[in-house]
Design a protein around this ligand. Structure first.
Ligand code: KOT
Length: 829
C-alpha cells in the first residue's frame, strides 16, 4: 500500500535503511556484483569503461535510496514545491560529487584499492552531460545541488539533448567542432520513466465555438504530435537529501506512425518518427545570441508543455484542486527560454480544464517567477509572430489576449502611447515579433537579476517601464556556486588544509571560512597554502602539456581566463596586453615582468566569426611567444581545448590570477569569478556583475580594479567614442595593434587578424582601447606584488576567507525567502 514507509520496504529485503551500503566491504561486494551481473566481466578482463560503469551503478543504488527517502519525507511535509524550468543544465561529472555527498569517498577508495584499482582513474573516465552552453546552464546545476542539500522539495525540468554542446578541437589554430556523443557508453545515472509521458501538439489551427453548455470553447487541431518521455537523474545533496532533474526526450506518437500498412507509407511513418525525435537531438550552441530557428522554439515549447502537464498530473495525484496550483507550486523560469510556459499554462487551464480566464490568469501570475540573465540586446529573445502563429497558433492567440488586457490596464493608468508601445508584448517595428522578456515579466509575480549591479540595470534600463508600474515585482538574487563541487571535490588539497584549521563546517555553511582570516599572516600556514597551490599547478601543467602541447613551469604566475568566448568578455584585451609584454621583452625592457603563464579556455559559438578569430589569435600568440627563446622563459601562453565542467575543476584550483575583465555593464553576474576566488586566486576585474560584490567582500585592497564604470562607459558612448584617439595617443597601444597585422602572427598572413584590427580601431564596441592603459597599469602592479610571495599568499588566504557569501546555498535561501515563500527543511540523515 501507499502508506508503508521506506523503512518498511528496506526491512523486507533484510536491510536497515540507515546503514545500507556505506561500508567498504559492502561497496566492494556490490561493485564486483555489478561487474559480474550487469556487465558480465571479472576484474582481470575489463575496460576502463566497465570499471567506471560498475562503480557508477554501485553508487547510483545508494543515491537512489537516499532519493526515495527524501521523496517520502517531502510528501509528508506537504510544502510548496519548486519547479526549476531550464533549457540547459551542466551538472558536470556525477561520480566524485555523489561520493562526497554520500560521504563514502574514503571507503570507496579503500574498497577499490583492495582490488588493485585506483579511484581517481575511474572517476577520470566519466563523460559529463554537456547539456548547456555556459554560465546559465551551470548555474541551474549549482542550484540543483543547493536545493537538494537544503531539503527543498524541488524538481529541475529540462531537455535530454542527445548531443550536448559540441566538442571543441583545435586544428591549425582554429576551433573545430565535433558532435558530443555523451550517451555512447550509456548513462548509468538516469532512470527512464516510460510511463511518465505526455503528448505535445504542434501547428495546425484553432476552432472557436460555443459548446452544449453555451460556453465559449477553443479547440486546437494540431498538424502533428510528439510524445515526451521522462528521464530522471537523481541529484544528491550533501549528507542526505535527493531531488530529481527530469529531462524530456521526444519520440513519435504511435498513432502517427504505425496506423499504416503498405510499405510506402511505412517508410513515410518512419520518416515522421525521425522528424519527431529531431526535437531533442541537439543543443543550440549559441550563448547570449539568438538562433531564431523554428526547431529551437519547438524545443522550448516541447519541454515546457511536458513539464506543465506533469505538474498538473501531480497536482491531481496529490488530491488537490487545480485552483490551488499556485499554492502548491512555484515555477522559476531560467531566463526566457521556457517563457512560453506562461501561455501554455493559460491554455491548459482555460482550454483543457475549462477554467475562467480571470482565474487562470491569477493562478498563472502567482505561479511563475522569472530570472533574467543578460542585458545584451542581441540575446533578448523575440519570436516572429508569423513563426509563432504557424507553430503554436493557440499560444499566439493567448499572447494577444494577455497583451490586449495588459495594454488596456496601461491605458487606464494613463500611460502615454509611446510608453505603451514600448511595453507591448508585441514589437511592431519591422517584422512583428513577440518579446519573450515582456511575456515573462507580465506573467510572473517576481522578476530578478543575478547580481546587485545587474538587477539595478534591469530596473533602470531594460525593464524600466515595468519596474515603474510594479516596483515590488523586481528583486535581486546574486548568483552563487556549488562550493562542494568547486572546492571540496575539485580541490582536495586546499579542502584538507582548510578543514585542519577550522573544521568542516564550511561544507554546509561557507561563511565559516571567515575563521581562516586570523591565519592570513601565519607563516607556516602560508607555506602550506603555497604548497597546495603549487601541487595543483603541477597537475594543470601536466594537463596543458598533454592537451595543448605547452610546457609550463609551475612556479610561474598562472594568469587565467576561462569562459565562453565573447567580445564583451574581452579575451582580446588580455591578448593585447600579452603582446605588449612580448614587445617589451624583445626591446630588452622586460625586467619588471613576473614570469607568467597565460591560460585560456572556452568555446566560441560555431557561427560567431569574431569569437573564433579571437581563439585563432590566442593560438597565434601562443605560437609566437612559446617558440621565442628570448621570451619563453618569462612568458608562456596556452589554450586548453574543450573547456567543460570537468576541465574547469582542474583549472580553478591552479589559478593565481582570475581575469574578469568584461566591459562594465555587460556581464550579468559571472560565476567563474566566484569559483576562482574560492580557490585562492586574486582577481583583476572591472566593476561588472558580481565582481562588484566580490570586491566589496574581500576588500578593495585585495582586488585589482581597473577600467571604466558602467556610467563612464555609457558617458563615453554618449560623447561619441572614437577608439582611434587612443591608438594615436598611446605609443604602446599603437605598436601592439599594428603588430596584429604585421604578418608576425599567424604564419606571415597580414590579413588574418585584419577584421579584429579594423573592428577595434573603427568601432571597438566594448571599449578595449579606452581601458587598455588602466589594465596594463594594474597588471604591472600585480607583477610586483607577485614577487613578494608572502604578501601574495596573505591576500590569497584573505580572499578565500571572505567569499563565503558566494555559495549557491545562500542564493537558494534568498530565493526561498524573497521569491518562493518556502521554508527550507533540512531532513534528518
Ligand atoms: C543566453 C541566451 C539568452 C539569454 C541569456 C543567456 C545567458 C546568460 N547565458 N548565460 N548567461 C550567463 O548567466 C550566468 C548565470 O546567471 C551569469 O553569471 C553570466 O553573467 C551570464 O552571461
Amino acid at each position: 500500500s501507499h502508506n508503508k514507509s521506506i523503512e518498511h520496504y528496506f526491512s523486507t529485503i533484510g536491510e536497515k535503511a540507515d546503514e545500507i551500503g556505506l561500508s567498504k566491504e559492502k561497496i566492494k561486494k556490490d561493485f564486483l556484483q555489478k561487474l559480474f551481473y550487469q556487465l558480465g566481466r571479472v576484474p582481470a578482463v575489463t575496460t576502463s569503461n566497465d570499471l567506471y560503469t560498475a562503480l557508477a551503478l554501485t553508487v547510483r543504488d545508494r543515491v537512489l535510496r537516499q532519493f526515495v527517502r527524501s521523496t517520502e519525507e517531502f510528501s509528508k511535509k506537504n510544502s510548496r514545491g519548486i519547479a526549476y524550468f531550464s533549457a540547459e543544465y551542466l551538472p558536470g561529472p556525477h561520480l566524485g560529487n555523489n561520493l562526497l555527498n554520500l560521504e563514502i569517498v574514503d571507503e570507496t577508495r579503500e574498497a577499490l584499492k583492495e582490488l588493485d584499482l585506483e579511484l581517481d582513474e575511474i572517476i577520470e573516465q566519466e563523460v559529463e552531460p554537456g547539456l548547456g552552453n555556459g554560465g546559465l546552464g551551470r548555474l541551474a546545476s549549482c542550484y540543483m545541488d543547493s536545493l537538494a542539500t537544503l531539503g527543498i522539495p524541488a524538481i529541475g525540468y529540462g531537455i535530454r539533448y542527445e548531443f550536448g554542446i559540441f566538442k571543441q578541437e583545435i586544428k591549425e589554430g582554429w576551433q573545430s567542432e565535433a558532435t558530443d556523443k555523451w550517451l555512447h557508453y550509456g548513462n548509468p545515472w538516469e532512470v527512464i520513466r516510460p510511463e511518465v509521458s505526455y503528448v505535445v501538439k504542434f501547428g495546425g489551427r484553432t476552432i472557436h465555438s460555443t459548446n452544449e453548455n453555451n460556453k465559449y470553447a477553443v479547440e486546437w487541431e494540431p498538424e502533428s504530435e510528439v510524445v515526451g518521455t521522462a528521464y530522471d537523474t537523481p541529484v544528491l545533496g550533501y549528507q542526505s537529501n535527493g531531488i530529481i532533474m527530469r529531462l524530456w526526450k521526444a519520440e513519435a506518437t504511435e498513432s502517427f506512425d504505425f496506423s499504416v500498412y503498405n510499405m510506402g507509407d511505412y517508410y513515410k511513418a518512419v520518416e515522421k518518427k525521425v522528424r519527431s525525435e529531431n526535437i531533442t537531438k541537439v543543443l543550440y550552441p549559441n550563448d547570449e545570441n539568438l538562433s531564431g530557428k523554428e526547431l529551437r522554439l519547438r524545443q522550448q515549447y516541447f519541454f515546457v508543455s511536458c513539464s506543465l502537464q506533469d505538474m498538473i498530473r501531480l497536482n491531481f495525484v496529490q488530491g488537490r484542486k487545480l485552483e490551488e496550483f499556485h499554492e502548491k507550486f512555484a515555477i522559476q523560469l531560467n531566463d526566457t527560454h521556457p517563457s512560453i510556459a506562461v501561455a501554455e499554462l493559460m491554455r491548459l487551464l482555460v482550454d483543457e480544464h475549462e477554467m475562467e480566464w480571470k482565474q487562470a490568469w491569477k493562478i498563472t501570475r502567482n505561479t511563475f517567477a522569472y530570472t533574467n540573465h543578460t542585458l545584451l540586446p542581441e540575446a533578448l529573445e523575440k519570436w516572429s509572430v508569423s513563426l509563432m502563429g504557424r507553430l503554436l497558433p493557440r499560444h499566439l492567440e493567448i499572447i494577444y489576449e494577455i497583451n490586449s488586457r495588459f495594454l488596456h490596464e496601461l491605458r487606464e493608468k494613463g500611460l502615454s502611447g509611446e510608453q505603451i508601445a514600448r511595453m507591448s508584448l508585441i514589437d511592431e517595428h519591422g517584422e512583428p515579433s513577440v518579446r519573450m522578456a515582456h511575456l515573462a515579466t507580465v506573467g510572473s509575480f517576481r522578476v530578478n537579476g543575478v547580481s546587485q549591479l545587474h538587477s539595478r540595470l534591469l530596473k533602470t534600463q531594460v525593464l524600466n517601464d515595468f519596474a515603474e508600474i510594479w516596483p515590488d515585482k523586481f528583486t535581486n538574487v546574486t548568483n552563487g556556486v556549488a562550493h562542494r563541487r568547486f572546492l571540496a571535490v575539485s580541490n582536495p588539497g586546499l579542502s584538507r588544509l582548510i578543514t585542519e584549521k577550522i573544521g568542516n563546517g564550511w561544507l554546509t555553511d561557507l561563511t565559516t571560512l571567515k575563521r581562516l582570516e586570523k591565519f592570513a599572516d601565519d607563516e607556516i600556514f602560508q607555506k602550506q597554502w603555497m604548497e597546495v597551490k603549487l601541487e595543483n599547478k603541477k597537475l594543470l601543467s601536466q594537463l596543458l602539456e598533454e592537451r595543448a602541447g605547452v610546457k609550463i613551469d609551475p612556479t610561474m604566475l598562472f594568469d587565467v581566463q576561462v569562459k565562453r568566448i565573447h567580445e564583451y568578455k574581452r579575451q582580446h584585451l588580455m591578448l593585447l596586453h600579452i603582446l605588449d609584454l612580448y614587445l617589451k621583452i624583445k626591446d630588452g625592457k622586460g625586467e619588471n615582468i613576473a614570469p607568467s603563464a597565460f591560460i585560456f579556455a572556452g568555446k566560441a559559438a560555431p557561427g560567431y566569426f569574431m569569437a573564433k578569430l579571437i581563439i585563432r589569435l590566442v593560438t597565434a600568440v601562443a605560437d609566437l611567444v612559446n617558440n621565442d627563446k628570448d621570451v619563453n622563459k618569462i612568458l608562456k601562453v596556452a589554450f586548453l581545448p574543450n573547456f567543460s565542467v570537468k576541465q574547469a575543476q582542474r583549472v580553478y584550483p591552479a589559478a593565481d590570477l582570475s581575469e574578469q575583465i568584461s566591459m562594465a555593464g555587460k556581464e550579468a553576474s559571472g560565476t567563474g569569478n566566484m569559483k576562482f576566488a574560492l580557490n585562492g586566486a586574486l582577481t583583476i576585474g572591472t566593476l561588472d556583475g558580481a565582481n562588484v560584490e566580490i570586491r566589496e567582500e574581500v576588500g578593495e585592497e585585495n582586488f585589482f580594479l581597473f577600467g571604466q564604470t558602467t556610467e563612464e562607459v555609457q558617458e563615453t558612448r554618449r560623447l561619441g567614442y572614437r577608439p582611434s584617439k587612443y591608438y594615436e595617443e598611446q605609443e604602446d597601444l599603437e605598436r601592439v595593434l599594428d603588430f596584429l597585422v604585421s604578418g608576425e602572427l599567424g604564419n606571415g598572413d597580414h590579413e588574418l587578424f585584419r577584421p579584429l584590427y579594423n573592428n577595434l580601431l573603427q568601432q571597438d564596441p566594448y571599449q578595449l582601447l579606452k581601458d587598455f592603459k588602466s589594465y596594463c597599469e594594474r597588471k604591472h602592479e600585480i607583477h610586483q606584488i607577485w614577487k613578494d610571495q608572502k604578501e601574495w599568499t596573505r591576500r590569497s588566504i584573505l580572499n578565500v576567507s571572505r567569499v563565503g557569501k558566494f555559495s549557491s546555498d545562500r542564493s537558494i535561501l534568498e530565493y526561498c525567502q524573497n521569491i518562493w515563500n518556502v521554508e527550507p527543511v533540512k531532513l534528518r540523515d
